[in-house]
Design a binder for this molecule. Structure first.
Ligand SMILES: *Cc1c(COP(=O)(O)O)cnc(C)c1O
Length: 472
């Protein structure tokens, strides 16, 4: 270490001195001694490391300056890891941001019940223990017309337990065009292997015919599995086999047909101009034994995997030893029941109150109004240029992969500094604000911004302006 750095480092405030500082003593009202000591070490270590690199000036070693850093560091410790993010990306079901926000009623039910004991497994009529999924299962039966339903932690778990329960060690026929990977660690062939089923690929990537299945089908076949190719589309010269055709060849041999729907909508989205997502009801009407789908994709509820279909097939999933390991928490059943209840109250109720559906189907005029309100609030802010612009949003989570939705947003261009630096400042505040970057601009897509978040975004940009003015 060269001498100047050494001399500088000797001026680092001593821990005892810092701990006795009136501002630090005051912190002991909110933080334990242990936390204060630990954070003091972190701050002093950082200063020491910078001193050694020669990246430190003497003023930063003043006790007051170090005490401020310590206050900030400790405040950061109290900031929860899981916190509010304003989703200005326009990706409606953003997996990185928690996918579907809950409807207000669902969130309220969870908030009310989670601080108390609640009805879960106890049958209040008999006083005996009953099934914990019955509340949600009854609603799914009513909404889809299925014989039976159950819930696990997510749709990946649903697929795994269905394969394990129905096909152990038996061949499962899947079209080559449907052997998809959905987000990194979830790949259909891998899940299949883990479940103990034997994958039999049929057809080709772009075309699979009924005869491809029929040629490989016999009494020993464990299942025909159809997988919704959520996150991509094969376009052009393609052919896939319908659920009805699969059922027609499998049923006479007693082979179950299962459809992993991925998103699984409970409303006919075709009536709203979206043709690539079949409804759960339509799939069940085709005669499949089971369907499974996510709770937090197009359904707009909490993370869950929903299994619906025949009494016999659902019963085998419930009876499997692994079922218990995939059991959701009570908060999930509560939130899911409240979400499903909105569907029971009619499609227009569901469309109005479930944020995912509301955002997905919002018309451009409504979004434009919100974007215009944002642009208006941002106009007086001088350190960025803001302009109302048309943009394109996405469904996300593998739903409608080839479709972009017409939307409106506000394009931000900083007068000074880079786009990255502005994006990072927006992300690091509270609430965090995450935007989309298109080419050389940042866009706040108004489709996924809540009405009450417009003012928060404007406030953040005003705060950034104020702190920029201060350092000038
Ligand atoms: C999203 C998806 C899954 C995984 O669902 P999770 O609820 O995220 O576990 C499985 N299969 C398909 C076809 C999907 O789209």
């Amino acid at each position: 270490m060269n001498t100047p750095a050494h001399a500088l480092l000797r001026k680092l405030p001593k821990t005892d001195l810092l701990l006795a500082h009136p501002r630090i003593e005051k912190l002991s009202e909110s933080f334990t001694h242990r936390e204060i000591v630990a954070e003091t070490r972190v701050i002093l270590d950082q200063l020491r490391a910078r001193g050694i690199r020669g990246d430190l000036c003497e003023e930063e070693l003043a006790v007051d300056r170090v005490a401020s850093a310590l206050e900030q560091g400790l405040a950061e410790r109290r900031r929860p890891y899981y916190r509010h993010v304003i989703n200005a990306t326009g990706v409606v079901m953003h997996t990185g941001l928690g996918r579907s926000p809950l409807a207000d009623v669902a969130a309220k039910r969870v908030a009310e019940l989670s601080i108390r004991s609640q009805k879960l497994e106890l049958d209040l009529e008999t006083g005996q223990r009953g099934g914990r999924d019955e509340g949600c299962a009854a609603l799914i039966r009513e909404l889809t017309g299925c014989e039976a339903a159950t819930i696990v932690n997510n749709n990946a778990a649903a697929t795994l337990i269905i394969l394990a329960a129905l096909t152990r060690e038996k061949p499962v026929l899947v079209s080559r065009g449907e052997l998809v990977e959905i987000g990194g660690s979830y790949r259909v062939p891998d899940i299949m292997r883990e479940s103990g089923a034997i994958l039999v690929e049929v057809g080709t990537t772009n075309r699979t015919h009924v005869r491809d299945y029929a040629n490989r089908l016999n009494e020993e076949t464990g299942m025909i599995l159809k997988v919704h190719t959520s996150n991509y589309r094969v376009q052009g010269f393609t052919k896939e086999v319908s659920l009805e055709e699969m059922v027609a060849i499998a049923r006479p041999l007693g082979v179950p047909v299962v459809y992993d729907m991925g998103s699984g909508s409970l409303i006919e989205l075709a009536e709203h101009g979206i043709h690539d997502e079949p409804s759960v009801q339509a799939a069940l009407t085709a005669g499949v034994d089971l369907v499974c789908f996510s709770g937090d994709k197009l359904l707009g509820g909490p993370q869950a995997g929903i299994i619906a279909g025949s009494r016999e097939a659902v019963g085998r999933c419930r009876d499997h030893q692994m079922f218990r390991a995939m059991r959701p928490s009570r908060f999930i059943y509560t939130a899911l029941e409240a979400t499903l209840d909105l569907y029971r109250q009619g499609t227009s109720r569901a469309l109005a109150e479930i944020p995912t559906l509301r955002n997905l189907l919002a018309d451009a005029a409504t979004i434009k109004k919100r974007a215009a309100r944002l642009a208006e609030q941002l106009a007086p802010i001088e350190h960025v240029d803001s302009a109302l612009v048309p943009c394109r949003s996405q469904a996300g989570s593998g739903a409608l992969p080839t479709r972009e939705l017409d939307s409106w947003g506000v394009k931000l261009t900083p007068h000074q500094g880079s786009i990255e630096s502005l994006a990072s400042k927006m992300r690091l505040g509270d609430p965090a604000i995450v935007m989309r970057r298109v080419d050389d601009a940042l866009t706040l897509d108004a489709r996924t911004i809540h009405d009450d978040e417009v003012a928060m975004i404007a406030q953040r940009l005003r705060d950034l302006q104020a702190s920029a003015d201060q350092t000038d």
